[in-house]
Design a protein around this ligand. Structure first.
Ligand code: ZN
Length: 261
């Protein structure tokens, strides 16, 4: 006899997050949302939306800023990356894989303690656009729980693996959804020099995609920080770069000098 497993059921809360996502969406034409796959049921978050406050740091509408972002960690090289970042007083954003958080909980706590920002990159790096709405929400909420368990705080950003997410799932997120403007392809080249070159080919306001699970990437970071620092760049978190990103809204760039309202 087969009994229905209640463990597989996912309770959907009222679409609270949707009410917070009604402002003008600053999405650029490059956004890769997949509106054709909208689920019939809006999978809103079960958690209270974490509204990102005014982040401290340089005013990126007045000075040159870049947001370095590291996906797929934590991993064996993340701690040495944190040391390098601290030496340069540089902040970054880490998009974490939920199932790996428990392997390096102290590293994840250090990320937060050092002033970096933590984002949800799902529990097991699945393509959310290919999952059912309920399964996609489970991937996200399970990662939220792992991060909360390690740090005591919920992630303040989300980045979907492969940059793919349905429009309705994006709108239902309790945090801003962040893609990137500059892909270093570090995961593909696994080459420190090429990663440096790609990461330095940016503009103020860029969100740079890298992966701290590769040694070649972590080895590239000291030179990136030195060179871009010499060009006057400030290394900030995604929320600092954007200002006050809104839950359920997608972003792939931030503020640049001369854009003060
Ligand atoms: Zn990833």
């Amino acid at each position: 006899m087969i009994s229905r497993s209640t463990a597989l059921r996912f309770i959907l809360a009222p679409a609270l997050a949707l009410t917070l996502a009604g402002c003008g969406a600053p999405l650029s034409a490059h956004w890769q949302g997949l509106p054709g796959k909208a689920p019939s049921e809006q999978g809103a978050a079960t958690e209270s939306p974490e509204v990102t406050g005014t982040p401290e740091g340089p005013d990126c509408a007045e000075v040159k800023c870049v947001a370095l972002t590291f996906d797929d960690g934590p991993g064996p090289y993340t701690e040495s990356l944190l040391d390098v970042m601290e030496k340069h007083n540089a902040k970054a954003s880490f998009f974490l894989i939920g199932k790996d958080v428990a392997k390096y909980p102290e590293v994840v706590r250090e990320e937060l303690a050092n002033g970096h920002e933590i984002g949800n990159h799902t529990w097991s790096h699945q393509d959310l656009a290919k999952l059912s709405p309920a399964a996609a929400q489970r991937e996200l909420r399970k990662a939220d729980e792992a991060i909360k368990q390690a740090t005591g705080a919920a992630p303040t950003l989300m980045r979907p693996p492969y940059g793919t997410i349905t429009e309705s799932l994006k709108k239902a997120q309790p945090v801003p959804v962040v893609l990137w403007s500059d892909d270093t392809l570090d995961w593909k080249t696994r080459n420190t020099k090429k990663t440096v070159k790609a990461a330095e080919d940016i503009k103020p306001g860029s969100i740079v995609l890298m992966h701290d699970i590769h040694k070649s990437t972590v080895d590239a970071v000291p030179k990136i920080l030195e060179d871009l620092g010499a060009q006057g760049y400030h290394f900030v978190t995604v929320s600092q770069l954007i200002g006050q990103p809104k839950p359920g809204v997608g972003y792939e760039t931030g503020q640049k000098p001369g854009t003060k309202k």
